[in-house]
Design a protein around this ligand. Sequence first.
Ligand SMILES: *[C@@H]1O[C@H](CO)[C@@H](O)[C@H](O)[C@H]1NC(C)=O
Ligand SMILES: *[C@@H]1O[C@H](CO)[C@@H](O)[C@H](O)[C@H]1NC(C)=O
Ligand SMILES: *[C@@H]1O[C@H](CO)[C@@H](O)[C@H](O)[C@H]1NC(C)=O
Length: 450
Amino acid sequence: MGRRKSYILVAILVILISMEVAIVLGQGNGNNNGNGNSGSGNGNGNGNNNSNGSESGNGNGNGNGNGGGNGNGNGNGNGNNNGGGNGNGNGNGNGNGNVNNNGNGNGNGNGNGNGNGNGNGNGNGDGNGNGNGNGNGNGNGNAAAANKYDMKKAVEGTGQQRALCKSKGACYNMTLTCPAQCPERKPKKNKKNKGCFINCNSKCEAVCKYRKPKCDGYGSLCYDPRFVGGDGVMFYFHGAKGSDFAVVSDNNLQINAHFIGSRPTGRTRDYTWVQALSVMFDSHTLVLAAKRVAHWDDKVDSLTVTYDGQIITIPSDGEAEWRSNGIEREVIVERTDDTNTVKVSVAGLLEMDVKVTPIKEKENKVHNYQLPISNDAFAHLETQFKFFDLSDLVEGVLGKTFRPGYVSPVKKGVPMPMMGGEDKYQTPSLYSPVCRVCLFHRQSALAAAM
Ligand SMILES: *[C@@H]1O[C@H](CO)[C@@H](O)[C@H](O)[C@H]1NC(C)=O
Ligand SMILES: *[C@@H]1O[C@H](CO)[C@@H](O)[C@H](O)[C@H]1NC(C)=O
Ligand SMILES: *[C@@H]1O[C@H](CO)[C@@H](O)[C@H](O)[C@H]1NC(C)=O
């Protein structure tokens, strides 16, 4: 439970810190009932719930424990349920009961809302006869996606988009208007403009934000390669040029990175960058890759996106997005600039902002990379990830840092803290979910054909 709590803290921190995550928060309903009998005494545990989901989360924690002994014990427990798109809830309760003046009752309630609410209720009662009663109960609730709103007619003249909030809670029935500086949610003509983010969840506001990876933000992977973990700790992981490493490996998701780089004469290791990422889930594989270009030009698109082996075309006009077909998990790839920048969403699993960028002459000099950039721009990816469904045992260079209670092994206070583990995370290819500690298994062999 300690781990679970830390995980929740990290998850909540990540939610608070990553500015754009407030989009999918949820309503969770969970009920927990626990009953336990042992001995001849009676103990009751009542749970009080504090629901603090974004908008509306409901949780009930009831623990009934009957403890051996001669008396009756009453215990009160408190449970908290937080419901969020990624919502996690946690509740602990302590209560005192009387059993011949000697009774204790404890009630614990835990709730997780991740589409589902799970809860446990424990109740203990101690009587004269030293009897203990434990009751465990599990309850499942439902959590629906929140931040619901309907678009309304834009403000005439300025074109500022407006939304009517439908999420239950503080913002319900409020009309939010996009600021004049960013009148549209998805700026079409010039995507360099900030987009309007509507938050009907907790903040009841519409604000302007750039839709680019933040290389200093949680869950980022940029530069040569520098990570900021889910715990907020920055580190470098060198890998090796031409090799592939598991960035995230979990039961339902794997993300591998292909490293490019160079080793200047006299050095003992490679300078490396991430040239491609393959995102594997269910039976699908989505690959984002920077093309090898000799001379960089901002106006030329140097990003290729492949879904299950097929190159996909992301329109530049209109909604400027590509969506997967079918009733499965929805995948959306949306341009967030005219070229070289996209936002990827895989429903229920992750969002990532990705940008293709070159090594510039100045960087080459400053860092003394000694790259032959006269004929290779070393186009590579800058990425920021947001995860919605990681398990407690998630693996991978970055994934592991999202574990509950994770303590970073890297040295703090040095300019380039290093993360080792190349041997544990290396995969045979960009598309292979296999590494020494990897957890993911494909649902079918479909993508293996690639
Ligand atoms: C639990 O929370 C819900 C929603 O806030 C509330 O309606 C309900 O009365 C609460 N139950 C208890 C036992 O406090
Ligand atoms: C719920 O959390 C918000 C901040 O996240 C806080 O302002 C509010 O007071 C909390 N409500 C309850 C009932 O704890
Ligand atoms: C929503 O707001 C409008 C205008 O303020 C009001 O007429 C309407 O009754 C409200 N609806 C609900 C369900 O509160």
